[in-house]
Write a new protein. Structure first.
Length: 245
């Protein structure tokens, strides 16, 4: 069934799913880095649900499911991942100030932020949205007015008021960081995760993890571990209990 849903996705000769291509489900496209996204979401979920009392049934069920799925994802390591992780860690260590807060000091206007969760370090990357140049507003560049064409004479060269006009500083930020993309999982690894988790495509699993992370905050605010303000009548749920014959 899952193979059928991916018939519309283009596959490279080395059996890699092409990010951004259709998965066969309307509005759902192939994820570029599902493994790191799931590990981050699961780590954050465990961190937040850990604030619940240990006796909370919700905490016990969420922790059990999240740890189970997290172990499945961690076991599928993309080819060349360890070498990439070592290079990425070196970049972060050499440029710590550029990963403390969201920054655009990267090639292509990419923003990256260093996040520590569950004892692991994650780099939260945000790619710039493509914009139509026809709708771009004025960028705030100073208008110097009319400029005389041709070579400047001796008097004009000595005029201090014009020095700033002809000695502009470059607008580009020097020494931009080049962030190497994370190695992709093979198609077989993706299908292995999908089979073991059994919750549809890996893109659907990412959506579920995002929803679960948001739900944890709602459940914590509602204090679901506390007793109901109004206790249900005795025997209200007996009809729905599963009884063996």
């Amino acid at each position: 069934m899952r193979r059928t849903l991916r018939l519309l996705a283009e596959v490279k000769p080395a059996r890699y799913f092409e990010p951004g291509n259709p998965t066969g489900l309307t509005g759902l496209y192939t994820h570029s880095s599902p493994r790191s996204s799931l590990l981050f979401l699961y780590s954050r979920t465990l961190e937040k649900v850990g604030k619940f009392p240990e006796s909370s049934l919700y905490r016990k069920s969420v922790e059990a499911q999240t740890k189970h799925r997290m172990a499945i994802v961690e076991a599928c390591e993309p080819p060349g991942y360890k070498e990439w992780a070592a290079r990425a860690q070196k970049v972060v260590e050499e440029n710590p100030e550029d990963f403390n807060l969201a920054t655009s000091n990267m090639e292509g206007g990419v923003r990256a932020m260093r996040v520590v969760s569950g004892g692991s370090v994650f780099i939260h990357r945000t790619d710039p949205r493509e914009r139509d140049v026809r709708y771009q507003e004025w960028d705030g560049e100073h208008d110097d007015g009319l400029v005389v064409e041709g070579l400047r004479g001796a008097e004009e060269r000595e005029d201090p008021s014009l020095e700033e006009m002809y000695d502009r500083k470059p607008l580009e930020i020097p020494n931009k960081i080049k962030w190497e993309p994370e190695p992709q999982m093979t198609a077989d690894q993706v299908e292995e995760i999908e089979t073991k988790i059994g919750a549809g495509l890996i893109e659907e699993v990412v959506q579920m993890a995002e929803s679960e992370l948001r739900l944890v905050d709602i459940m914590y605010e509602a204090k679901v571990w506390e007793n109901l303000e109004e206790q249900p009548p005795a025997g209200q749920w007996e009809y729905f209990e599963r009884k063996s014959t």
